[in-house]
Design a protein around this ligand. Sequence first.
Ligand code: FAD
Ligand code: NAI
Length: 454
Amino acid sequence: MMKADIIVLGGGPGGYLAAERAGAAGKKVVLIEKNALGGTCLNEGCIPSKALLNSAKIFQHAKEGAVFGVLTEDIKLDTEQVINHKNQVVNALVSGVCAMMDANGVHVVSEFGYVEGKTEEGFVVKAGAETYSADTLILASGSVPVIPPIPGLKEGVADGTVWTNREALDATKLPEKLVVIGGGVIGLEMASYYAMSGVNVTIVEMMDKIAGPMEREVSDILLRAYRRKGVKFKLGCKVTGVTPEGVLYEKNGEEKLEEADQILCAIGRRPYTENMGLENLGLEMNRSAVVTDDHLRTNVDGVYAVGDINGKVMLAHTAYREAEVAVNNILGKEDRMDYSTIPSVIYTDPEVAGVGESEESAEKKGMKVRSVSLSMNYSGRYLAEVQQGDGICKLIVNEEDNTVVGVHMIGSYASEIILAAELMITSHKTVPELQKLVFPHPTVGEIIRETLFL
Ligand code: FAD
Ligand code: NAI
């Protein structure tokens, strides 16, 4: 049995960052990963989806270039090269993670890890032919797509006729008509890629709005932008079945068929915690999620759970910060996770980004807030670069102390600007104090400055 200080189970953003930080601090770390390092994020999530979206965006913008004085003819999308480029980006980043593990002395084991339990040797994990033990265990096994028991759906996913994100990110042949089940983040990002690539796309969503928790005003603008791109929506329609002809959905008690030659299932993800021996630890669970506190500790002394496995905020940047918090606490440095200002971004065209309170969430907390919004067209840079801009910047201000508690944006560069908004919120500065910030000109970010003066 090989003895380590820390065993990390899972090599996605949560696991590899925890391993790197602990290794850098001089701990003997074993990182067990059954697939490629980088997890969902690098291999079949954040990064490949952004690579594909960028290709489709270049294609779309080239087609619309005339308004900017760029005339092009006979533009084609080479989907083989789109996927090649995506794979090159993924490979480069995965190699970077491997190098980072080497540089920090992390022992990487490319096997499936099974937790056997706790003995006098510490926590024992079997991986391939070897067994490892350590006094500290960091669980970071991530998440998997939710596939509910809808007739035809599980079977379709199992035989590959229904896509999940994995297949949708690897298709070199474009379908003619794609039906996406779920108008959440994955559904919207993938619909954006396929629609901009020329595919006829319909999204079937059971709620009456897209992008679930997103501010209503922002989600309505996004819906209009998608419709302009030709994406069709069946809102308030619950999918009840999948057949060789397409997707069956129910609206007002009536069952209808939306024909498809390809279906993508994107109705959420759940923590991946089964069949890896976690029950041998006596962990407190909430359905499939491992319950953690704000130090990322579980109920079992010495066991931490970071990233999607705890089901709190299933985003890569949350996993990074949780990994840091867990490792700092393991190293004896007090650190706590704050979930209140984690930015969320949808990388569509236009981009959507938000941080902090929405009008609805502030209201629920009994906060007295006012909201101010401004069209992105007040930014000179935005106007110069965007053809059909109905983007907005919306600030939620706490009436009691005149501080900004939420920022929500839709429009180009929103994903890059939102960090500034997060800094504004966490600085707890008042609006008059924030008005003194000097923004570079011309940038789309200046819209925040303009909105602060409303
Ligand atoms: P994961 O990245 O899922 O990694 C877990 C790893 O553990 C996997 O590699 C798995 O193979 C391994 N593993 C599990 N069990 C075992 C075992 N028993 N033994 C060995 N290895 C094991 N988030 C963002 O912040 N921004 C985005 O733009 C974004 N886009 C996304 C797009 C898509 C299509 C998807 C699906 C997700 C996206 N996400 C995005 C979410 C993001 O990918 C996850 O939040 C993030 O990957 C979670 O990191 P993690 O380390 O917890 O888990
Ligand atoms: P999601 O929770 O964002 O959206 C799922 C949608 O499916 C919801 O709107 C829901 O109402 C709908 N739905 C559920 N059952 C349905 C049914 N029977 N019929 C019709 N609609 C139904 O989940 P999604 O899109 O799968 O993404 C999973 C997670 O991946 C996200 O929550 C996020 O954590 C992560 N992610 C993050 C991204 C980012 O940060 N940009 C990008 C992609 C994924």
